[in-house]
Design a protein around this ligand. Structure first.
Ligand SMILES: [Zn+2]
Length: 380
């Protein structure tokens, strides 16, 4: 069963999330107690994952073998291989491993001695700290993926039956795990499984349809009011997702991974007339996700044909001031940085407009700026 599922599930994960488990391996143990004793592990737990070696170890005789396999190999494996916190833990474990090898000179290490060596080791302290800090994130994700894969490949009931047995076996403490997975399941049902992965900090791989599904969930009935949705910004798996939206009501929001910059439909004309570089950049560099192509072309043509006015210069300067003030009020470092960079861009845009240049995109604005700096340096 386990061997047969391995390939099928990796294919599924690759196709759905563009993620897979490729460095991890799994081991089925017929004598679980003996194996656990040999490595100093608690044998009352039927399975575990070792981030140090990317290994899932499973009690072959467990009634939940297949579910445990989903949990350890795919849940913890995917996290350890793909999440920045997972990789961080693996790297720390590798450093500790090297130190242990050096200290014990490759001899078979008695568990007791190893334990006392680790107690005084600063790397080990970091590992414990990193593990504690990310326990809910890691465990919640592994349980949620176990649930998702059980639903797809076994049955959802099987997952919940295991939770009941584990609750009886491990007592009240396990209730936390159940609450945790319920929270994760609820998020993924409300905003889609992709949204959950993005929220947890896993690499963001998506296409137009993934984004449309999420937007449908966020906006609900109001989705039909969206005139235009553009995807812009860096679009890297580790970066936030930047969307530019023209809407009837318009509100900006940032939820930790999705940054929506919205302009009201009846204000877009005015904004373009003022050559707002935050908006024209989105129009000229963004990918059309939703709305009519003609509408977008129309807006772009407007930006290309409007004359540069004193009002536009003043508008960009006041936007620069607004972003600067916004920057001072913010606490979040990332948002602070973005606001400051926008403040600078608006200011530079105003200066270019004054000179008769119309940059329209941040890239062009930077090119103009770099060129002028070069000219300044080379003119004596
Ligand atoms: Zn786990």
């Amino acid at each position: 069963m386990v061997e047969e599922l391995d390939l099928r599930i990796n294919e599924y994960l690759q196709e759905k999330f563009s993620l897979s488990v490729s460095k991890s391996s799994y081991f089925l143990h017929s004598n679980w107690q003996e194996f656990c004793l040999s490595i100093g592990q608690d044998h009352s737990i039927d399975s575990f994952y070792l981030p140090r070696s990317f290994q899932a170890h499973l009690n072959q005789d467990s009634e939940f073998l297949t579910l445990n396999f989903l949990h350890e190999f795919f849940g913890h494996g995917l996290f350890a291989e793909n999440h920045s916190k997972g990789r961080e833990l693996h790297d720390l474990e590798q450093i500790l491993y090297e130190e242990e090898k050096k200290n014990f000179q490759d001899k078979q290490i008695p568990i007791k001695e190893l334990k006392s060596f680790r107690e005084d080791n600063p790397v080990y302290k970091n590992i414990v700290q990193s593990y504690d800090e990310n326990l809910n994130l890691q465990e919640g994700f592994a349980m949620w993926l176990e649930w998702l894969l059980a639903k797809e490949f076994l049955s959802e009931d099987a997952f919940w039956e295991k939770q009941e047995v584990y609750l009886r076996r491990f007592g009240k403490e396990y209730q936390n795990n159940i609450s945790l997975v319920k929270e994760f399941i609820s998020y993924s049902k409300t905003l889609t499984p992709h949204a959950l992965l993005f929220d947890l900090g896993l690499p963001k791989h998506y296409d137009k349809n993934v984004l449309l599904e999420i937007l449908n969930k966020i906006y609900g009935k109001k989705f039909d009011d969206l005139q235009l949705v553009l995807l812009y910004g860096s679009q890297k798996p580790e970066s936030d997702i930047d969307l530019f939206i023209v809407d009837q009501e318009s509100y900006n929001f940032f939820n930790g991974w999705l940054d929506v910059y919205a302009v009201k439909e009846d204000e877009i004309e005015m904004v373009i007339k003022n050559l707002d570089v935050g908006v024209t950049d989105a129009l000229f560099t963004g990918e059309l996700i939703h709305g009519s192509k003609d509408y977008l072309t129309n807006l772009k043509n407007r930006a290309l044909s409007v004359p540069i006015t004193e009002k536009a210069v003043y508008y960009n300067l006041s936007k620069s001031k607004e972003q600067k003030e916004y920057h001072e009020k913010l606490d979040d470092e990332r948002q602070k940085k973005i606001a400051l960079s926008y403040s600078l861009s608006y200011r530079r845009n105003a200066l270019e407009l004054k000179k008769g240049n119309k940059p329209l995109t941040l890239k062009k604005l930077k090119e103009l700026y770099d060129f002028e700096k070069l000219e300044e340096r080379t003119s004596y």
